[in-house]
Design a protein around this ligand. Structure first.
Ligand SMILES: [Zn+2]
Ligand SMILES: [Zn+2]
Length: 97
């Protein structure tokens, strides 16, 4: 299930998913994850750490996990956490406001 917004107020866009936003805000210089290892996307959805993903989404998920600090504070000092809607929305309906 994909999150639709971030706790900072970011809303999912047509060309930018919440995961992309989180990755951009958390990705450290040198792509060094919280585990101290370098995580770079390689060919065939394999990370430089050796992690092999079954899909692009799974690889993105991996980057998010390794780059997200414990306090979920981004490089801008704000907290960023994906929020998943609990309410069930019918497909095709848009709530305004
Ligand atoms: Zn990795
Ligand atoms: Zn955010």
């Amino acid at each position: 299930m994909l999150a639709t917004r971030c706790s900072c107020g970011f809303e999912r866009l047509a060309d930018e998913e919440v995961n992309d936003h989180l990755q951009a805000i958390f990705e450290p210089d040198g792509s060094i994850g919280t585990d101290g290892r370098i995580h770079l996307e390689g060919a065939a959805q394999v990370c430089s750490c050796g992690f092999s993903a079954a899909s692009k989404a799974e690889l993105d998920e991996h980057f998010l996990v390794v780059f997200t600090p414990v306090d979920v504070a981004g490089r801008d000092g704000k907290r960023h956490q994906a929020i998943q809607r609990v309410t069930h929305e019918k497909p095709g309906t848009q709530s305004s406001g």
